[in-house]
Design a protein around this ligand. Structure first.
Ligand SMILES: O=C(O)CCC(=O)C(=O)O
Ligand SMILES: [Fe+2]
Length: 203
């Protein structure tokens, strides 16, 4: 008899969605959190540090180009991902969310926060369809925990979610256009890598 499958909760890190907790924000935005979701998170972290062709992010600010404090690389549609667990993660995300999202997760944006000084400022992922349509951005975190802070656009109370090693955080509904998010600097943090899965034409 298969007690493992029938009586006990599946092992953590199994790409399962039975423990997902949906936090409803205002204006049709929501955030789903699933702790310890990604299998082989240690190995994924090591592989990402070593194998992703990281580059410094640069951004046009008024009349000059400034460094954004983190390293980035995006895997576009059809490109192989740098670890089998991420390929499996993308497939599991599509299988679970496609009925609600209406399309698959396709791209994988990677961000490397080397320490507590690396960060990303307030923004919504609104380059592309997130500006006008409901969509989803699924974040898989590996490495040291960092906080994802969210605030309603135009003002209001902010909320924050810790993103720990192997955790999955999915921003959905109107979140990109009615709310903003950031990963603030902290006094002390070790390295963290975020992999963000998005549908086509959402950035
Ligand atoms: O570090 C994260 O998990 C969030 C990154 C983010 O919001 C972005 O790159 O658009
Ligand atoms: Fe973002």
């Amino acid at each position: 008899m298969d007690f493992q499958g029938s009586l006990f909760a599946p092992p953590t890190g199994g790409l399962a969605f039975d423990e997902v907790a949906r936090h409803r924000l205002t204006r049709g935005a929501w955030v789903d959190v699933t702790r310890s979701w990604l299998p082989d998170a240690d190995d994924v972290f090591r592989a990402l540090v070593a194998d992703v062709p990281w580059r410094a992010e640069r951004r046009q600010m008024y009349d000059r180009v400034v460094d954004v404090p983190r390293l980035v690389h995006t895997y576009v549609a059809g490109e192989d991902l740098p670890h089998a667990a991420l390929t499996a993660a993308r497939a599991a995300l599509t299988a679970h969310y496609e009925p609600e999202l209406g399309e698959p997760f396709v791209t994988a944006g990677c961000c490397y926060y080397r320490d507590g000084r690396d960060s990303v400022a307030w923004h919504g992922d609104t380059i592309g369809r997130g500006k006008t349509q409901d969509t989803m951005v699924a974040i898989v975190s590996v490495g040291d925990p960092r906080r994802l802070v969210l605030r309603p656009r135009g003002g209001g109370e902010s909320t924050s979610i810790e993103m720990g090693h192997g955790d999955l955080v999915v921003m959905g509904g109107s979140c990109q256009r009615t709310w903003e998010h950031a990963v603030p600097k902290v006094a002390h943090a070790g390295p963290r890598i975020s992999v963000q899965f998005r549908p086509l034409n959402v950035f």
